[in-house]
Design a protein around this ligand. Structure first.
Ligand SMILES: [Zn+2]
Length: 421
């Protein structure tokens, strides 16, 4: 394309900038299967078509655009395939494709980079390889996984869980969003096979921390993802009048919740782990009423699975003790728990060493990604991080400098070329 890869990248980036953006906060609302997120998927389809890439979709809405310079066989996937052609694909899968990509959905009021940076960089990396006449032996694909953030149906990495078969459609189809809409009402679902024949996956992502800033490096390689989970705390008490009810006569679940949030924060600080209550639903949610119920969600992430279990156990115990004192009740449900993911160490080493810019640092992350799901399913997987000057993510202020984004594209192109040649 005419202006070279930097222009190309900037053009794609400015295409995406207005889609799903709040005019008040400047943040993004790109929830899955809503108009902004569907517009992003259409944009991706157009980009694939403009490049002559072969687009494949599964019935959940996950997308892969394949570039196959050697004209080899790329697994053909359609949910309507017969069992025979599926078996045939399995045989062909030895041809091995190298996949990159990420997601286009966002958290509520999220940033521009988490997700889209990996998708746009994947397309730009193919542009770079083509512009310098590189012709890898194996196909290179750019993927878009739906509902990575779990911001609508509550389960993170929903698309990649379904695509890898980690989560069965029969179970997933009943997930409901905040308005009570079931997943099966917004998407057909049921088909898998999109990832057949994928031999390696590399996800590029904006860093969600300041590790690379501290190391003075634009690019890093992930070593592992911390285990993490989401837990629903259901605090119940007794609704009453905020004026006429004496303080000592109350059974206030908000109080129990507040003390639990403080306890979780303290515990995570002491143990250098992460605990966040970021979502609360209060009933009846009136200024002049003692609430009857507070639903609150704990997001917890720790350096080991034991540490995660201990943290949740401790917070649950403290919540229960506090509930006894407040005359309230608490019930805790684990909504999703993801174990530790160690990325393929050989792959990480292979990717991290011997660049013009020197070796890239290998660092852990406490954020979950589709890469973790693919890795857990036995696909050799790696992640590249692009420096984030403030370390802030899941917020409108999430940011990466343009030169670092372009360094990311170059790093990804180099990595894909190494793996596909
Ligand atoms: Zn992400």
């Amino acid at each position: 394309m005419d202006g070279g890869v930097p222009d190309d990248f900037e053009r794609m980036w400015s295409d995406l900038a207005p889609i799903g953006r709040s005019t008040t906060s400047g943040g993004y609302f790109r929830q899955p299967f809503t108009p902004p997120e569907r517009e992003l998927a259409d944009w991706f389809r157009e980009q694939a078509e403009a490049r002559g890439l072969r687009l494949e979709a599964d019935s959940t809405g996950n997308l892969v655009a394949w570039w196959d310079p050697a004209g080899g066989i790329v697994p053909d996937v359609s949910p309507r395939d017969t069992p025979d052609s599926h078996a045939e694909r399995q045989g062909l899968s030895r041809q091995g494709g190298v996949l990159t990509g990420s997601h286009l959905d966002s958290v509520l009021d999220g940033g521009a980079y988490d997700g889209p940076l990996g998708v746009v960089s994947g397309l730009a990396a193919i542009d770079e390889l083509r512009s310098r006449g590189s012709a890898p032996d194996r196909p290179i694909g750019v993927s878009v996984f739906v509902e990575e953030e779990g911001s609508r149906f509550g389960l993170a990495c929903l698309g990649s869980r379904l695509a890898t078969g980690t989560l069965a459609w029969d179970k997933a189809r009943l997930l409901r969003d905040r308005d009570g809409v079931a997943l099966e009402e917004v998407v057909e679902g049921g088909g898998t096979g999109l990832l057949d024949g994928v031999e390696a996956f590399v996800e590029l992502h904006v860093e969600q921390g300041r590790d690379l800033v501290d190391r003075g490096a634009a690019i890093g390689v992930a070593s592992e993802i911390w285990p993490h989970g989401r837990y629903r705390f259901d605090f119940t008490g007794e609704a009453n009048h905020a004026g006429s009810t004496r303080m000592e006569d109350r059974h206030d679940p908000m109080l129990t919740y507040a003390m639990t949030a403080l306890a979780a924060n303290k515990r995570a600080r002491v143990a250098a782990e992460r605990a966040t209550f970021g979502r609360v639903e209060v009933t009846p949610n009136g200024t002049n009423a003692v609430p009857s119920r507070v639903l609150a969600w704990l997001d917890a992430r720790c350096s080991s699975e034991n540490a995660l279990a201990e943290l949740v156990e401790t917070v649950t115990r403290q919540a229960t003790e506090r509930a006894e004192r407040d005359g309230t009740h608490v019930e805790v449900t684990a909504e999703s728990v993801s174990g530790a993911v160690s990325f393929d160490p050989d792959l990480a080493r292979r990717i991290a060493v011997d660049h013009e810019s020197g070796d890239w640092p290998v660092i852990p992350t406490a954020a979950g990604h589709d890469a973790g799901i693919l890795s857990a399913q036995g696909i050799p997987t790696a992640m590249l991080f692009v420096r984030n000057p403030t370390g802030v993510s899941h917020s409108p202020t999430e940011f990466a400098e343009m030169p670092d984004c372009l360094a990311g594209v170059h790093a990804l192109a180099e990595t894909l070329e190494r793996l596909a040649t």
